[in-house]
Ligand binder design. Structure first.
Ligand code: TYC
Length: 102
């Protein structure tokens, strides 16, 4: 647990215990229909991977059934899931993107 000093509004400094933010994994699931190059594009666009890394992770998902795209605070993870799902549906692909607590 981290210790933080309160801002200068108090007369005596007080210590406030702050938990580090819970981190969430964003996971892509394999399916039989989404094209490999689409998944590679998703990993580059939404998870800042270069082409080689994105291809490596895409193939891992393809062979193992699922793969971690990144680990983020809850609100960031939820936004990734929402954006990836919207992008996939826009292109009529059934790609599943989920989040799970680490
Ligand atoms: N299995 C898909 C295919 O053969 C490729 C794929 C990879 C789909 C990863 C989804 O999360 C995924 N076209």
């Amino acid at each position: 647990m981290a210790i933080k000093h309160q801002q200068e509004t108090d007369l005596a400094p007080q210590k406030v215990l702050i938990d580090p933010p819970a981190m969430w994994r964003v996971v892509l699931l394999n399916d039989d229909f989404t094209p490999m190059d689409f998944v590679t594009t998703v990993l580059q666009t939404f998870f800042a991977m270069d082409y080689e890394r994105a291809t490596q992770i895409m193939l891992k998902i393809h062979t193992e059934g699922r793969g971690i795209c990144g680990v983020f605070p809850k609100d960031v993870a939820a936004t990734k899931v929402s954006e990836v799902t919207h992008f996939a549906r826009q292109h009529q692909h059934p790609l599943q993107c989920i989040m799970e607590i680490r």
